[in-house]
Design a protein around this ligand. Structure first.
Ligand SMILES: Cc1ncc(COP(=O)(O)O)c(C=O)c1O
Length: 450
């Protein structure tokens, strides 16, 4: 049966004309432009349609129905323009539809759409692997496995850790998020709902608190009373926890973690799926602490929105032989082309420096809100453009998120009571100023009725 997908559903109040001709540029906006109630009539109708067909497991934060994007601006299907400080969950590092990325995708799509690098030799796969070795946060020779998503390369890191060490157990941190497939979700410990009804999960996963107190617990309790250190294959850590609520660890944490791994022959795996690719003002978040991991996984920002994930491992740990691991689609040539263009823009387009500067601007502007709204705004934190504003409760965080949405600013909650800001790294000073003003107004609105 064929079905035509058309917008919107029959009985919706739909404006006759789209609010803006699709050819008009979004790039010149430095304020949101909200023309309808949000969600607008087309969005309402589309949501009703969506909810008839899509998996109810999708969490859907609020009713944004994007039609197109440019830079830091997203236009929804009613022609409303939003400042995108969520970037599709911290993905679009080069902004929406950066011309250099779009051009690289177009060129590659006209040459070769797919040829599995698992069974054959795909040139662009090896070129991207070489580039990833060049920018990796570890010195020396590496090897790279490419997947299609964050979870897939976390799984690869877990499998490789077992393979390389001959050990079974893995340590993760409370508040950590690593994905939703069986291995990675077993390692995830940010919300119990990710585990509910899916047992049994992968055995041999131990969790300790994130930060130096967790390492005390690891050394004094886990290694002592639960499982000897030499039975652990890997410790998997987000250098800055993302989904867990933008948690920056104390300065001793990562260097001490490195020492513990060295002492016991445990592999240190940095999960930089969210924090990598320049987002924190350095290519990798772990570089803020001068620590070298044995493996790093990255995904979200790597190809500016095209699906890809990468596991980069020191060469002497990538011991597995032909057939031990692979993927039909992993390292798709179009995604690889987008990744190469993204790395070029990050390094030569000033995006990483901009992430550091705009992050400082946001911290400087929003930091005083803690004193202005005592008991409502608890903390303003983060590094570069991976930032979190912590509130007194999850309900307040969600109310601020929704108030910002109605005003034309897209942000996303994280952890129990945090609103995350993770805009594209191309965001300008003017757009950042507009976003922080709207965010402060949203807090004012919510604080007044609480
Ligand atoms: C740190 C981290 N690791 C892994 C993942 C999983 O990535 P994906 O959703 O692409 O599977 C995420 C996703 O949010 C993440 O933030």
């Amino acid at each position: 049966m064929t079905q035509t997908l058309s917008l919107p559903a029959a009985d919706a109040q739909v404006p006759d004309e789209p609010a803006t001709p699709a050819s008009a540029s979004l790039g010149s906006y430095d304020e949101p432009a909200i023309r309808t109630a949000v969600p607008g009539p087309r969005a309402e109708a589309h949501i009703a349609f969506d909810e008839m067909y899509t998996s109810p497991s999708l969490p859907r934060a609020y009713a944004i129905v994007p039609a197109r994007g440019e830079g830091t601006v997203i236009e929804d299907i009613d022609g409303n323009r939003f400042l995108d400080f969520s970037a599709g969950i911290a993905v679009n590092v080069t902004g929406h539809c950066h011309p250099a990325v779009v051009e690289a995708i177009r060129r590659q799509a006209g040459e070769l759409l797919h040829y599995s690098a698992s069974d054959f030799y795909l040139p662009i796969y090896a070129h991207l692997a070489a580039e990833l070795e060049r920018i990796a946060p570890m010195a020396g020779k590496t090897r790279v496995f490419l997947g299609n998503s964050g979870t897939e390369v976390v799984e690869a890191a877990m499998k490789l850790s077992r393979y390389a060490t001959g050990r079974q157990n893995i340590i993760g941190f409370l508040g950590g998020f690593h994905g939703r497939t069986f291995g990675s979700v077993s390692l995830t410990a940010s919300k119990a709902k990710y585990h509910a009804h899916f047992s049994p999960l992968l055995p041999g996963i131990y969790h300790v608190p994130f930060g130096s107190e967790g390492l005390d617990e690891l050394e004094s309790r886990v290694f002592h009373r639960l499982m000897p250190a030499n039975e652990f294959a890997a410790i998997v850590v987000e250098p800055i926890q993302g989904e867990g609520g933008i948690v920056v660890p104390d300065d001793d944490f990562l260097p001490r973690l490195r020492r513990i791994c060295d002492e016991h022959g445990i592999l240190l795996v940095a999960d930089e799926v969210q924090s990598g690719m320049g987002r924190t003002g350095k290519m990798w978040a772990i570089e803020h602490w001068g620590v070298e991991p044995d493996m790093v996984v990255t995904a979200k920002g790597l190809a500016s929105g095209m699906p890809i994930g990468a596991l980069i491992a020191k060469e002497h740990f990538m011991t597995w032989g032909a057939g031990a691991h692979g993927s039909t689609f992993g390292g798709n040539p179009v995604s690889c082309a987008a990744a190469l263009a993204t790395i070029d823009l990050l390094e030569h387009g000033g995006l990483i420096e901009n992430a550091a500067e705009r992050g400082e601007q946001i911290l400087r502007t929003l930091g005083p809100l803690v004193g202005q709204y005592p008991g409502v705004v608890r903390d303003v934190r983060g590094i570069g453009l991976l930032l979190g504003i912590q509130f007194d409760s999850g309900a307040t965080a969600a109310a601020v998120e929704h108030a910002a949405f109605r005003r034309g600013l897209l942000v996303l909650t994280a952890g129990d009571d945090v609103v995350r800001m993770s805009p594209p790294l191309v965001v300008t000073e003017a757009l950042t100023a507009a976003a922080t003003r709207i965010f402060a107004e949203s807090i004012e609105e919510v604080a007044a009725i609480r």
